[in-house]
Ligand binder design. Structure first.
Ligand code: DCP
Ligand code: CA
Length: 401
């Protein structure tokens, strides 16, 4: 069956949220990321600033050199989280098959929605209209028969665009595009492909599969398939996701190990509470670090027994952080954790394991308090250095169930 997948991505997200709240900023070159005289990088640039060459990830000082007249804002994470929740809520009205990706993008499977929502194009227009009316933001939407092509389509039609790739035309659509546009092709792979004379997606598509596999292993097969417009990945609603991840990008890059450990503990609490909410446990932990130079590293370990306790997850992932910090002492821009290899098996195995049982009771009690009074209402000693940061967002109390 032909699938219709929409990739919906908000335009210049952080910047647009600021503009929606302060219309005087609209149409102006703008950068969210911090003060231009300070260290740090551009998180989001308005399309007006982009015409001067300003890009996400570039040092703020470089952005100011390129576009001195731009307005620089520090950013308001809680505003972006609010807008993100509203955005996802709008999308959820259109299809139960919704996969949020990061803060401002999502895939939506619209296969079979035609009798209710009209053609995929009509559906995309309705989604764009509601986003405009309800949160005053613009979104770009790519429509295709698979995720990778839908994502590239939304990227190409930005800002405020809508682009549908006709089924059967995927490879032709992709062929002229530069290789860096293909998800899965990072800076290193791009360089290696260029050294092989491969500069467009079409070049990669016609490379013999064996060669792609020899040079890049399993990832070579994936990008070769993508280049041919082949991507069987399903749109996965979060409940069925194979992994749960949380990450934080810092307003200011840091090497402060104490602070990094506090943030890591916070992320473990977030992931742990989500695991328990879903009634699942993890057997695989991954730590992600992105440095100021944008190099991203991941370290992974397997657990002998499945776990859902923050304390166990933290103890294990802390070992990964210690190793990473010992190996590279650069400024850190982002820290994240992912738990995967998830199971929903019962915990009978630990019936006589008192320490684990105590943790289970403790975490259940903490979850209950947090459900009622908000996540920041209860803190561990580890996350005390983050007190100010965490108290910025205070959800409405909800009744205990
Ligand atoms: N972000 C960040 N640091 C980065 C990249 C992004 O903090 N290096 C944040 C700010 C962005 C948001 O994530 O607004 C979404 O990222 P996108 O890559 O989707 O970028 P934008 O939404 O800003 O722009 P576009 O219109 O290209 O989607
Ligand atoms: Ca975006």
């Amino acid at each position: 069956m032909v699938r219709y997948i929409l990739h919906v991505d908000l335009d210049a997200f952080f910047v647009s949220v600021e503009q929606a709240l302060n219309p005087e900023l609209k149409g102006k070159p703008m950068v969210v990321g911090g003060h231009p005289n300070r260290r740090g990088v551009v998180a989001s640039a308005s399309y007006e600033a982009r015409t001067f060459g300003v890009q996400a990830g570039m040092p703020l000082t470089a952005a100011r050199r390129l576009c001195p007249q731009a307005i620089f804002l520090q950013g308001n994470p809680s505003r972006y989280r609010d807008a993100s929740v509203k955005f996802m809520d709008i999308l959820a009205d259109f299809s139960p098959s919704l996969e949020p990706v990061g803060i401002d993008e999502a895939y939506l499977d619209a296969t079979g929605c035609e009798p209710i929502c009209g053609t995929p194009q009509q559906l995309a227009l309705k989604i764009k209209e509601r986003i405009k009316n309800e949160i005053n933001l613009t979104a770009s939407v790519g429509i295709a028969s698979c995720k990778v092509v839908a994502k590239i389509a939304s990227d190409l039609c930005k800002p405020d665009g809508l682009l549908q790739v006709t089924t059967g035309q995927e490879a032709i659509f992709l062929a002229p595009l530069p290789i860096a546009k293909l998800p899965g092709v990072g800076r290193k792979t791009e360089q290696a492909l260029k050294e092989m004379g491969i500069t467009t997606i079409g070049n990669l598509a016609t490379l013999p599969l064996k060669v792609a596999k020899r040079y890049f292993g399993a990832a070579g097969i994936t990008i070769h398939n993508y280049a041919n417009g082949i991507d069987n990945r399903k749109v996965q609603a979060p409940g069925e996701a194979k992994s749960i991840s949380r990450e934080i990008t810092f307003a200011q890059d840091t090497v402060d190990a104490h602070f990094l450990k506090a943030v890591l503990h916070y992320l473990c609490e977030r992931v742990g509470s989500e695991l328990r909410h879903q009634g699942r446990q993890t057997k695989c932990l991954t730590l992600k670090l992105r440095y100021a130079d944008f190099e991203t590293t991941t370290r992974r370990l397997s657990l002998r027994e499945a776990a859902d306790a923050d304390q166990i997850i933290f103890a294990m992932v802390l070992q990964l952080l210690d190793k990473a910090l010992a190996q590279k002492q650069n400024l850190v821009r982002l820290i994240g954790i992912e738990v995967s290899n998830l199971s929903t098996e019962g915990k009978q195995l630990h019936m006589f394991d008192l320490a684990r049982q105590r943790l289970e009771y403790l975490n259940k009690a903490i979850d209950r308090i947090r459900r009622r009074y908000g996540f920041a209402s209860i803190q561990s000693g580890w996350t005390l250095p983050l007190k100010e940061l965490l108290l910025q967002t205070k959800p409405e109390p909800r009744p205990l169930k």
